[in-house]
Design a protein around this ligand. Structure first.
Ligand code: ADP
Length: 491
């Protein structure tokens, strides 16, 4: 099969969160299985060029119609760890992707509407006719819309679209301008409730809704989150739309890339280890403590790795730090704040805890350090308010770091409580789960984990090994996506 992924991120070259990991990991898995995979991305000025091999001009003078005129783009081609990627570089005074950030502009909707249009023009003008176009999140929600309403009349009538929603919170809400810019025009037609008209704001278009309505198949990134999106408020206003299109909607758990996330070969950690020999893990804990100037006492080390924002349950993350310290455990946080208020809050905490030998807060994005933390910590907390899939708990499991998670979304599909799970046998359980959003719920789960570490170290080790035995690689999800591709191709 010939598959083209179109996305705003692809790790490690462009990564703001899990989306980047998924685009990379899934594409690699599809490639390993013998399918042709290409990835189309924006050419941001701030991406990690050191991860691209052989970057060269692949196509010049890609003329993209825009607002009745046109913007000319160059398309560069390069290999990101063996994956062929095309980077779209518009020559326009708008500097869509030359701003030193991936997201966060006032005109993000326009930036990614343009990217979507340019990606389709690139396929059209170069004669590329993939069997499957796989789009991700709101940034590419207009692709199936434009494909169905415009590009199929230009010769792209056989392309099928799979649309993956990684986060319902950001939907791409825009005004009428976007219709004139992209050439879709026909205002009343697209504002209709059964097309792109936002379910709550009659003056807004919703890119993600467009993606849902026009794609051949839509999925979110775990079975439980697919259920939540339809039946709870985490669908962020799209529940009804998902209900209407239920026949083509499902949930597929993400995988983790086992070349990148594998304690047996990880090039960012000083000592390798596996479930049969955990001595390397203990050495990594020592190395982590040395790197962060933490004390070396006989204490469990708990970590948090992730964005610091409302979705991730920042208040509980904050509480976890102090609760761990009060229970004589160490805490390491690696977090990227997403809002100024959270940034100042955690900088304040960082200053306050600066001299504490049992705690280190590292604010910002640091891929290399994250590997050492996964490898050196005993447990990882993931107290999310909602979590479409969550990768950190799966990476934690792979590195023998026991997850302590809130039972929502993909966390519920991947972590099984050591004491209370009703689905798995005791020897198949792998972590701790709590359900409520208050501090005492988190405390009770942390308490059980820390208690086991101190009182029953042998049993804690068994829990670590049971977690490492789980296979959350791309093997199963890869197969599931191929099943969907096949289904929509032949439908
Ligand atoms: P998200 O909601 O951000 O997509 P996921 O759990 O799905 O959350 O994926 C998070 C990914 O980003 C993981 O690979 C995690 O290791 C990485 N990550 C998140 N924050 C940071 C950070 N501050 N530094 C390094 N890596 C990070």
């Amino acid at each position: 099969m010939y598959i083209v992924q179109i996305a705003s991120e692809c790790a490690p070259v462009i990564k703001a969160g899990g989306l980047g990991d998924v685009v990379y990991g899934l594409s690699r898995e599809l490639g390993i299985r013998g399918h042709g995979v290409e990835i189309i991305l924006p050419k941001y000025d701030c991406m990690r060029y050191d991860h691209i091999w052989g970057l060269h001009d692949a196509y010049q003078n890609l003329v993209v119609p825009w607002y009745g005129a046109a913007i000319t783009c160059s398309v560069h081609c390069g290999w990101v760890h063996g994956l062929q990627c095309f980077f779209i570089d518009p020559h326009s005074n708008d500097l869509f992707f030359n701003r030193g950030y991936y997201y966060g502009g006032q005109d993000d909707q326009m930036r990614f509407a343009f990217f979507s249009k340019a990606a389709l023009e690139f396929l059209l003008q170069t004669g590329k006719r993939p069997d499957i176009i796989h789009c991700h999140d709101w940034q590419t929600g207009l692709i199936p819309v434009m494909l169905y309403e415009m590009y199929r009349y230009y010769g792209m009538e056989n392309q099928r679209v799979c649309y993956t929603i990684h986060n319902f919170k950001h939907q791409g809400i825009a005004g009428v301008d976007v219709l004139w810019a992209t050439g879709l025009n026909r205002e009343p037609y697209y504002f209709a409730q059964d097309r792109l008209g936002d379910n709550f704001n009659p003056f807004a278009l919703n890119f993600m809704k467009g993606g849902i309505v026009y794609s051949n198949f839509i999925n979110t990134v775990s079975p439980h989150h697919a259920w939540e999106a339809r039946y709870s408020d985490v669908g962020c206003g799209l529940s009804h739309t998902l209900d209407v299109h239920n026949h083509k909607f499902g949930g597929i758990l993400n995988g983790i890339d086992c070349e990148v996330w594998n304690p047996e070969v990880d090039r960012y950690i000083p000592y390798h280890f596996n479930k049969d020999d955990l001595t390397g893990k203990a050495k990594n804990k020592k190395a982590l403590r040395e790197r962060l100037m933490l004390g070396h006492g006989d204490k469990p080390l708990i970590c948090y790795i992730g964005r610091l924002d409302d979705q991730k349950g920042v208040h509980l993350v904050h509480h976890a730090i102090y609760y761990a310290l009060s229970r004589n455990a160490q805490f390491v946080l690696l977090g990227s704040p997403t809002e100024p208020a959270i940034n100042s809050w955690f900088w304040h905490e960082k200053m306050h805890l600066n001299n504490n030998p049992d705690c280190h807060l590292e604010l910002g994005f640091n891929e290399e350090l994250s590997h050492l933390i996964y490898a050196g910590a005993d447990a990882i907390v993931v107290p999310s308010n909602y979590e479409p899939c969550g990768l950190t708990q799966m990476i934690g499991l792979k590195y023998g770091t026991v997850p302590i998670v809130r039972g929502v979304g993909g966390l519920l599909n991947t972590v099984f409580d050591r004491d209370y799970d009703t689905e798995k046998l005791p020897e198949e359980r792998n972590g701790y789960v709590f359900y409520q959003t208050d501090a005492s719920a988190l405390e009770s789960a942390m308490d059980r984990a820390i208690g086991l570490w101190y009182e029953y170290p042998q049993e804690f080790q068994e829990l670590v090994v049971q977690g490492m035995e789980y296979d959350y690689s791309w093997n199963h999800p890869g197969q599931k996506y191929l099943g969907i591709y096949d289904y929509i191709r032949h439908k």
